[in-house]
Design a binder for this molecule. Structure first.
Ligand code: CP3
Length: 347
C-alpha cells in the first residue's frame, strides 16, 4: 500500500502533527553536486532544461532516488515564470539570472502581464508526470517571492547590496508597490499552477529579503508576500516561506501567512521558533558549509540541529541555504541517514 501523500512525514510536520521520523529534504538537492545531473544537463541550457517535462521529471527524481529524502523539490528556477510571460532574461552559468532591460519606470509594468497555465504548459505537465512517479513522496512546488524577483529585475542581475532596489523602494514607493503587486500576482499564479497539478506543498523563496530592516519589510514587502501566499490558501497545501539572513524578520515572515518558516543557519531553531510563535513549524537549518567537514563533526551538528528542532512545534530538517555545487553526495547521504535514525529525547 502506498501511503497517501497527505500523511507523509513532511506534510504532517508542516501541520505540526506528530511524525515517526523527522522529515528531511535539501534546497538545491537537484543540481551540480550530482554527477547524474551534470550528465543529463550536458549541452542543454538551464532555461531550456526547465521547459522539457522529461528532463524536469528526471532531474527532480534524481536526489529522491539517491538519498531517500522525504520530498522532491520541483526542478525549475525562480525566473522561469518571468521568462514565460516574455521578460528577456537568461541564467548565466556561475552568475545567475541576468535581465536584458532592467526594470526602471512605470512603462515597464506593461512587460509584466498576468501568468496563466497556458504560459507554462511544461510546468503543468511535468508536475503531473512527477506526482504519478513519486507515489507517497510529496512534491514541493516553489516560486520566488516578490522582493527577490524585484531585486533581479531592478538590478538586472545578482547584487550584493541591492542598492537600486532599495532606491526604487524609497524613492518611488508608488511604483515600487505597483511592481510588487504585479510580481505577487505572477508568483501566486505560478504556485497555483503547481498546486493544482498535484504538488503537495509549496515554498516561497525570498532569498535576499534579509537585506532589509524590519520596518521596510513590513511596509514595502510583507503585504505582497502575503498576497502571493494567499493565492493558494484555499488549496490545502502547506506553505513554506524561506529567506536568508532573516533573524530580525522571522516573526513578520510568519505573519505573512505561511505554515512553516524556513530559517537560515544563523539562528538556532528553538530560538527562531520562539521569535515566530507556536502557530508555525520551522524548517532548517544546518550550515551548508558543514557538508565539507569530517563526518563526526558533521554528525554532531546534525544532532544539535535535531535537538533544537525537537523544541519547536514542528520541524522539517533542511540546510540553512542551498546545497553548494561542490558538495560530496556522500555527505548529504550521511545527513539523511542520521536524521532518519534519530528519535527525539523523551520529554
Ligand atoms: O533542487 C532544487 O532546489 C530545485 C531547483 C531550484 C533551482 N533554482 C535550480 C537551479 C530552485 C528551488 C531554485 C531557486 C532559485 N534560483 C533561488 C532561490 C533559492 C536560493 O538559492 O536562495 C534563486 C536566488 C535562484 C536564482 C539562481 N538560479 C541562481 C542564483 C543560480 C545559480 C547560478 C550559478 O550557476 O551558480 C541559478 C541557476 C540554477 N538554478 C541552477 C540550478 C540547478 C544552476 C544552473 C546549472 O546547473 O547550470
Amino acid at each position: 500500500m502506498t501511503q497517501p501523500p497527505s500523511d507523509a512525514p513532511l506534510l504532517r510536520a508542516c501541520r505540526r502533527q506528530p511524525t515517526d521520523r523527522v522529515p528531511v529534504w535539501f534546497m538545491r538537492q537537484a543540481g551540480r553536486s550530482l554527477p547524474e545531473y551534470r550528465r543529463v544537463r550536458e549541452g542543454i541550457s538551464m532555461l531550456d532544461s526547465c521547459r522539457r517535462p522529461d528532463l524536469v521529471t528526471e532531474i527532480t527524481l534524481q536526489p529522491v532516488r539517491r538519498y531517500g529524502v522525504d520530498a522532491a523539490i520541483f526542478y525549475s528556477d525562480i525566473v522561469v515564470p518571468l521568462k514565460a510571460i516574455g521578460v528577456d532574461l537568461d541564467i548565466v552559468p556561475g552568475v545567475g539570472p541576468v535581465v536584458a532591460q532592467p526594470f526602471a519606470s512605470a512603462a515597464d509594468l506593461d512587460r509584466l502581464p498576468d501568468l496563466t497555465v497556458d504560459d507554462v504548459p511544461y510546468v503543468d505537465e511535468a508536475v503531473r508526470l512527477l506526482v504519478a512517479e513519486l507515489g507517497d513522496t510529496p512534491l514541493i512546488g516553489f516560486a520566488g517571492a516578490p522582493f527577490t524577483l524585484a531585486s533581479y529585475l531592478v538590478e538586472g542581475g545578482p547584487s550584493k547590496g541591492h542598492e537600486r532596489t532599495k532606491a526604487l523602494m524609497h524613492g518611488d514607493p508608488q511604483l515600487w508597490h505597483a511592481l510588487l503587486s504585479r510580481l505577487a500576482a505572477i508568483t501566486g499564479a505560478f504556485l497555483r499552477v503547481q498546486a493544482q497539478a498535484g504538488a503537495s506543498a509549496v515554498q516561497l523563496f525570498d532569498s535576499w529579503v534579509g537585506s532589509l530592516p524590519l520596518a521596510d519589510y513590513l511596509t514595502h514587502v510583507q503585504p505582497h508576500s502575503a498576497a502571493a501566499l494567499a493565492a493558494v490558501a484555499d488549496l490545502d497545501v502547506p506553505r513554506i516561506h524561506f529567506g536568508v539572513g532573516t533573524g530580525e524578520l522571522l516573526a513578520a515572515m510568519g505573519e505573512a501567512g505561511a505554515d512553516v518558516v524556513g530559517v537560515d543557519f544563523r539562528v538556532p531553531l528553538d530560538e527562531a521558533s520562539r521569535r515566530i510563535g507556536p502557530d508555525r513549524a520551522v524548517q532548517g537549518n544546518l550550515d551548508p558549509a558543514l557538508l565539507s567537514v569530517p563526518p563526526e563533526v558533521l554528525e554532531r551538528h546534525v544532532l544539535r540541529t535535531l535537538e533544537a528542532g525537537s523544541r519547536t512545534p514542528g520541524h522539517v530538517f533542511n540546510l540553512g541555504h542551498g546545497v553548494p555545487p561542490g558538495t560530496d553526495p556522500a555527505a548529504l547521504q550521511r545527513v539523511v541517514d542520521v536524521v532518519h535514525a534519530w528519535t527525539p529525547p523523551a520529554s
